[in-house]
Design a protein around this ligand. Sequence first.
Ligand code: MG
Length: 228
Amino acid sequence: MIKLFLFDIEGTTTDINFVHKVLFPYAYNAMEQFILHHQTHPTVMKAIEDTRITVWDEDKKKLALYDVIEKLKEWIKKDRKHPALKEIQGLIWENGYSKNEFKGHLYTDVKPFFSKIISSNKKIGIYSSGSVHAQKLIFGFSTDGDLTPMISYFFDTKVGAKREKISYEKIALETKLTPQEIHFFSDIPEELKASKEAGMQVTHLLREGAKSSEFEGITSFNSFINLI
Ligand SMILES: [Mg+2]
């Protein structure tokens, strides 16, 4: 019997455009001012240092502060999943959310589905390549209010990559459930394949004309009926 419903974010609970057309450009435009104003903040200092280390390791270049800013902006454009960038982006977004410059996008079927899960005495988890901090911001400052009290677990790539079977096995271990007690929702067939290999049940979210796959697909959580 399923005890935990595990959700991807981008393309599953949230429009991919929100991330690429709202969050990334916001961080890109705010990067310079944010770093200049917060360069003595410990998290920012560490991210600056980590950026310098990576660029030294890869290109043997020493970066001045403005070069670090340009490098982080370049990584946003390339969608590079570097921990330093993720940390800084999380802080910049937190600023934006708390100033009400945008809200975390959720498809309208998400909150009703979450409510149904909770009222069936089952749990909700998130597994996304965005940092746990960024995940909590999307659900905490969402278009449907603060949904974080409904969510029992947040996982990011610290448990491993989303296309690796072992990541899903680790999630099962951390939640003290068997993979067979977990149902995973994603828009990416490779992620569904890995979680299915680990033993989870899976459903493919087909938002806005996405292509179907070998996995059972739904266009909205409203059509997911086998909750019990
Ligand atoms: Mg996705």
